[in-house]
Design a protein around this ligand. Structure first.
Ligand code: FUB
Length: 350
């Protein structure tokens, strides 16, 4: 991530009023007592649980590696329905209880299997290299106990676990620039490697990784593969294609037997998506889910929620900086995700 440029501020919000977008449905921050971001939402046993980052003012100068995102714990939030009361269940995992952690607890995700809840989280190790850890609990709200070591062979940020209809779970992860993905080549980390992807404009873009999870959900069961994103002509998206190439914040959901891989384009501030018939891809780029929000980062999750009448609706959880106006102090929101009859996703103008 580069954090000092392209701040999408109140001006864009105000201009939206002027060009006539409906603001009557504009969602409000789900919680105002603490700053939250990167919301990974799940329905466990009929209740909605949100696993966000917990943003804090750490008084660290803003830099291009995102050092000012110096988060130290996670809170789990829950609610019984969209629009219902949001409960903050307090600290679910603290950085001081992760034996191998150095700094910066970034965007987490969660999963459930056989009576155990799993929290997946990226944090820099003591050598300042991002790794992905797992913590477990018997409750969706924690407290979670971290494994003594990061997942073997894990690197970079933004873990997202997708469990397929056959019960197989996959870990998607990665983020370029501050998320360090561009420094990894064939499983090796190069601390002096490129700070950005900008040298590779004509080469296939660096992309997220995917690996099947082990039966115990605590390790990757295979060497991670690259998530290839193709354009409509079947050619890989290139590094210079900043409006469409992957940057960070992967999420996968399945709708009518098609896998939807969605992600942030980072420096162009879009949430976009691509589809495939396989959870491994290759995925074909389809379009924009959400135009830029206020703030530099944009990060989301998509979840199907049963309504009282047993019908289903899909929702997107995301963040902006409505409460603080500052890049690193974000607030999460939710709104309905609508599709066209062919399954394509309607673009949201927040
Ligand atoms: O919250 C820290 C980082 O900002 C996340 O890991 C990225 O996805 C971006 O939202």
């Amino acid at each position: 991530m580069i954090f000092s440029k392209h701040f999408f501020g109140l001006g864009i919000l105000l201009s939206a009023y002027n060009i006539g977008y409906s603001q009557t449905e504009a969602p409000k921050p789900l919680i105002k007592d603490i700053y939250t971001a990167d919301p990974s939402a799940h329905v466990f046993d009929g209740r909605i649980y949100i696993y966000p980052s917990h943003d804090i003012e750490a008084n660290i100068a803003q830099d291009d590696d995102g050092s000012h995102f110096d988060m130290r714990d996670y809170h789990v939030l829950s609610m019984d329905s969209i629009g219902g009361k949001v409960v903050d269940h307090g600290v679910a995992l603290d950085i001081k209880d992760i034996p191998w952690a150095g700094r910066q607890l970034w965007a987490p995700d969660a999963a459930y299997k056989n009576g155990v809840y799993y929290l997946y989280f990226p944090v820099k190790d003591k050598k300042d290299v991002f790794r992905i850890g797992v913590a477990t609990s018997s409750s969706p709200t924690g407290p979670f106990k971290a494994e003594p070591e990061p997942m073997k062979g894990s690197y970079s940020i933004d873990p997202a676990v997708f469990t397929d209809t056959d019960g197989t779970s996959y870990l998607y992860f990665g983020g370029i620039w501050g998320g360090q993905l561009q420094r990894w080549n064939k499983g090796q980390y190069n601390a002096n490697g490129s700070k950005t992807d900008l040298q590779n404009d004509k080469a296939p873009a660096i992309s997220a990784r995917v690996a099947k999870l082990s039966q115990d959900m605590k390790q990757m069961a295979e060497i991670p593969k690259e998530v290839v994103i193709l354009d409509q002509a079947g050619k890989p998206l290139l590094g210079g294609d900043h409006d469409r190439r992957f940057f960070e914040g992967a999420w996968v959901h399945k709708y009518e037997d098609l896998y939807y891989f969605s992600y942030s384009t980072g420096d162009t501030h879009l949430l976009t998506y691509a589809t495939s018939k396989s959870p491994y891809g290759p995925f074909t780029y389809q379009g924009v889910i959400m135009e830029p929000v206020t703030g530099w980062t944009t990060h989301h999750s998509i979840v199907e929620i049963k309504q009282k009448d047993q019908s289903s609706k899909w929702f997107i959880f995301y963040h902006d900086v409505e409460l603080s106006g500052q890049t690193h102090l974000r607030n999460i929101k939710v709104r309905e995700l609508k599709r066209n009859s062919d399954g394509s996703i309607q673009t949201i103008r927040p």
